[in-house]
Design a protein around this ligand. Structure first.
Ligand code: GLN
Length: 198
């Protein structure tokens, strides 16, 4: 989806891969495994620095869990870049791997959302903006350069959320023209467990 929108993407496996990137996406998967991988590679520190430098970060599902300051069910450490409490697998079977729609501030029509063993955003801290909701709970939130979705926006055909993230990357300063094929801007995609080095 990102390359269709004109962004160049690279996979991030080490802190060096992160250099020169305008944005970072922490994808879905299994947050416990991902956290272990980030620590093994020293990427946890690199990502905190990336955030502190005001580079945009977008976490989807497990990625959102990694961003949350407080993780429950079970309790788990995280990068703690967004002041919110998340309940892992909180939607349970209710919307297990289902496509649903919810209210969004990003466009007039409801937003399609795919939840896969998704976390509930149980509490969000002051100053965090709710961009979309499902079942009266925040499902897409943002504060400054950090955005988190409980669902998987890459699994629908609606590019709204990714376009917003690319705009964030563009606005963050270093890039000139994310969204155009000639751009040198990079948005990292996929920091997945499959990228672990043996
Ligand atoms: N349930 C997973 C976790 O707790 C997240 C699922 C997902 O990313 N789709 O880490």
């Amino acid at each position: 989806m990102l390359s269709d929108l004109g962004a160049e993407t690279v996979e991030v496996r080490t802190p060096a891969d992160l250099e020169g990137c305008d944005g970072l996406i922490l994808p879905g998967g299994e947050s416990t495994t991902q956290l272990q991988f980030l620590r093994e590679e020293g990427l946890d520190k690199a990502i905190r620095k990336f955030a502190a430098d005001n580079r945009p970060i977008f976490g989807t599902c497990a990625g959102a869990i990694l961003l949350a300051s407080d993780v429950k069910n079970p309790k788990q450490d995280s990068l703690g870049l967004l002041d919110m409490t998340v309940l892992r697998n909180g939607y349970g079977r209710q919307v297990h791997s289902d496509v649903v729609t919810g209210k969004t501030t990003l466009h007039d029509e409801p937003l399609e959302m795919v939840f896969i063993r998704a976390p509930i955003f149980e509490r969000i801290g002051k100053g965090i903006e709710v961009l979309a909701e499902f079942a009266d709970k925040p499902a897409l939130v943002q504060k400054g350069n950090v955005m988190a979705a409980a669902f998987h926006p890459e699994l629908t055909t609606d590019t709204t959320v990714h376009r917003r993230f690319l705009e964030m990357a563009k606005a963050s300063g270093r890039s000139n023209g994310v969204g155009s094929r000639s751009s040198s801007a990079k948005v990292n995609f996929k920091l997945a467990k499959t990228k672990r080095k043996r």
